[in-house]
Design a protein around this ligand. Structure first.
Ligand SMILES: NS(=O)(=O)c1c(F)c(F)c(S(=O)(=O)CCO)c(N[C@H]2CCc3ccccc32)c1F
Ligand SMILES: [Zn+2]
Length: 263
């Protein structure tokens, strides 16, 4: 589809002109506020299958102009959901070097420094993510809120390569690692709601699971993410730093957020 950005004349308020779903209902992200949550004891811990990839395997780390993304093995999948959802890629949203606020989901109005999304598609029903992309039961995305604090060795396993993908459409192969290590220790406490892709085409096709507990990365690691990357191609004369690549919280449209935990 057409070109879109997070700011300026092609920014999020302009997305619906070329991507109509972006102006529709059931959009993501949202603010998780206590009054609109309902405890659901039936929400089981998310089960990650085959996330412990071997370092002999390689993954593609790329700059797609909107985020830094890591391709994932299709052997990785989620169980415990209505269908089997196989992993496709993970990517990040962040703020800027001097504004450590760039998460997409917010909690009682608090925006976290960054957010990781692990994108899966319903491989039980669809042959690939492209076929699943616009289906109401097509995608399941795991969201991990990120705070600046303790150094995170798991993030280092791909952050150390970001200088190799500074510019749009650059990609490199990196050794695979245990993707489980990027997630919080406790996967039993999470927010669950029906939403959408947070980028164009904004299809309302995502079963969102956002973990209650954030992970931490160090300030140096956050700055690596927030200063290494450009959304422009290498040869472009005006380099565009990749900053603030997050969409603001969207209307609830009569949605209730289910939570697997009690206050
Ligand atoms: N926040 S989010 O989880 O809604 C989300 C993104 F924020 C985001 F940036 C991307 S992207 O592919 O990196 C770039 C724009 O599609 C995707 N990519 C998804 C959507 C399109 C597609 C196609 C193949 C594999 C992954 C994706 C995404 F699902
Ligand atoms: Zn995302």
């Amino acid at each position: 589809g057409g070109k879109w950005t997070y700011n300026g004349p092609h920014g999020e308020n302009h997305w619906p002109k070329h991507f109509p779903y972006c102006g529709g209902a059931f959009q993501s992200p949202i603010n998780f506020q206590r009054e609109l949550q309902r405890y659901d004891p039936g929400l089981l811990p998310v089960q990650l299958q085959n996330y412990n990839l071997s370092s002999s395997e390689q993954l593609t780390l790329s700059n797609n102009g909107h985020s830094v993304q890591l391709s994932l093995s299709p052997r990785m999948y989620l169980s415990g959901l209505p269908h089997r959802y196989s992993a496709a890629q993970l990517h990040f949203h962040w703020g800027s070097p001097n504004v450590l606020a760039g998460s997409e989901h917010t909690v009682n109005g608090k925006q976290f420094a960054a957010e990781m999304h692990v994108v899966h598609f319903n491989s039980g029903k669809y042959p690939n993510i492209t076929m699943a992309l616009d289906k109401s039961d097509g995608l399941a995305v795991l969201g991990v809120l990120i705070e600046v604090g303790e150094f995170n060795p798991a993030f280092e396993q791909f952050l150390k390569y970001v200088n190799g993908i500074k510019y749009r459409d650059q990609k490199i192969q990196v050794p695979a690692f245990n993707i489980r290590d990027l997630l919080p220790a406790h996967l039993d406490e999470y927010y669950r709601y029906d939403g959408s892709l947070t980028t164009p085409p904004c299809y309302p096709s995502v079963l969102w699971t956002v973990f209650r507990h954030p992970v931490t990365i160090s300030l140096r690691q956050y700055l690596a993410l927030a200063t290494a990357l450009f959304s422009s191609h290498a040869q472009e004369s005006a380099p565009m730093p990749m900053l603030g690549n997050y969409r603001k919280p969207q209307l609830m449209d009569n949605r209730v957020v289910l939570v697997s935990f009690q206050e």
